[in-house]
Ligand binder design. Sequence first.
Ligand code: M6R
Length: 602
Amino acid sequence: MCGIIGYTGYSEARGILLKGLKTLEYRGYDSAGISVYHPDFRECLTTKCKGRVEDLERKTSDIKGNTGIGHTRWATHGEVSDANSHPHKFGNVTVVHNGIIENYETIKNTLDVADKLKSETDSEVVAALIDRCFTGDPQQAIVDAVKKLSGTYALAVMFDSIADTIFAVRNVSPIVCCKNDDGAYLASDVVAIGGYSEDYFVLPEFSVAKITKDGFEISNFKGEPIEVEMLKLDWDISNSGKCGYPFYMEKEIMEQPRVIEKTVMSRIKSGLPDFSCDKVDDEIFKKCSAISVVACGTAMHAGLIGKHLIESVCSVPVSVHMASEFMYSNPIVTDDTLVICVSQSGETIDTLEALKYAKRHGADTLSIVNVRGSSIARESDNVIYTDAGPEIAVASTKAYTTQVAVFYLITAKIAYLKGKLNYEGVTRFISELQRIPEAVQSVLDRRSDIHHLSNSLLTAEHAFMIGRGLDYPALMEASLKLKEISYIHSEAFASGELKHGTIALITSGTPVIALVTQQYLFSKQMSNVREVQSRGAQVITFVRRSLKSDELKNCFELPEMEDEFMLIPAVVSLQLLAYYVASDKGLDVDKPRNLAKVVTVE
Ligand code: M6R
């Protein structure tokens, strides 16, 4: 969703702002703009437009100045238009804003500025409010203004009357900052500034940053200086381009053997799972009598796998909740409940709000997060970071497989601590987990076979995916992938459920993708495959090597693993299927329509 970048220093700001906005493009946006402080005119000059950052680049070729702020907008209040794009200026004040101001109509009426506003946005009202609060002290004006806001915000603010200085403040929506010899930088996302320094900090909520080329002054709302915690970026930003792949999604799919291995290997000691590098105490696992997993989209699908694993291996009940529904569904949360939040970005607002709810109700909390220092990571009592590295494509791939890898480790840990598996049992489980990277690599090495199979889906409008046991939640993820990037309507079904309604939709030529990996369910799954075949369905099968039979046509063979571990190579092969369909249809695989990478609105 929206992205913020800011720079003040010794170089021309325009190039740095545009580069930052391009890095933020992956979040999803519909318009972009920059404001740069012009030293001769002594004011912030703004250029903004709907469309791509390249359009903005063409319109700003003559912009000069060493301090500026920029924004990519994903429309929430008001249509996609030049006027509604950020930055917004009111009087002395220019702002860019991420988040949603819920009481902006009230503020607009109280300030009586409706006839002076140029846009329909909540953000321009914030600029007006700060301008009205300003009596000479910028930090005080910002504090007085944001105290009147309800909602979420990350704001970067410039004043015409204060040269070469940016101010920032936030509630929920993130702002990260860093500095090098050339100046100081801020952004909504560490990916945008990671190339300038590996040392950065997350601006604490309800504090104001004054940013000049010499660095940062951070104060709380009482005006007292506060210290910030410096973090180290351990992502290789130099590896963050497409590295020769046409799309980030393909690159990220191909990275999976390495990032799964990285996530797993640092958490195994003497053959046992070990979370000491995450400082996660065994006590939270020993103590819990129930687990609730809370997440959205792909992260929630990883949670469904976690449920299956933990319940079957550890006999601990696990409920999985869509984060957006969690607090409205009267969830049973006690101090024996461990709430596990899963999020790639660590910024998904629904997951963050669910986490806060769980804490208010006394649960222990643990988050599985990819982005270090993100809001969910900071709010959570315990964090296990996936080592997926930056995930840029909107469609999540390596984040999912590393989240599932963490669920295997958690399963082994709980099983050992609760005596459900002895030392031998756990080490056997962990050795099978360590085989996953090699199994995934064998799928990737044969990706041209999947590409070939994908051709039959190119003209499909609908597709069905069927599987049993763990294959069913794996297909829910595969189905989401196909939907979000290829725009083919796809649904995953537990195969046994088909004849309770859905089989009515199967007619001659209907594409059905069958997943056949679970040994103990093989004969039942085969009966269900026959049911759709006999109604004319065009079946593509992803089948475990040892279960392949002549009866199955259009097959992709999956490498052999224990039942519980088959799903990762299976999902990777189905990620590739979705990818090839979307890219062969000529679609913008990395930026599917209407979607944003980071979902910061409810
Ligand atoms: O950053 P998060 O993991 O919290 O994001 C959750 C979902 O928005 C995300 O997984 C989404 O479903 C992906 N586009 C799926 O590919």
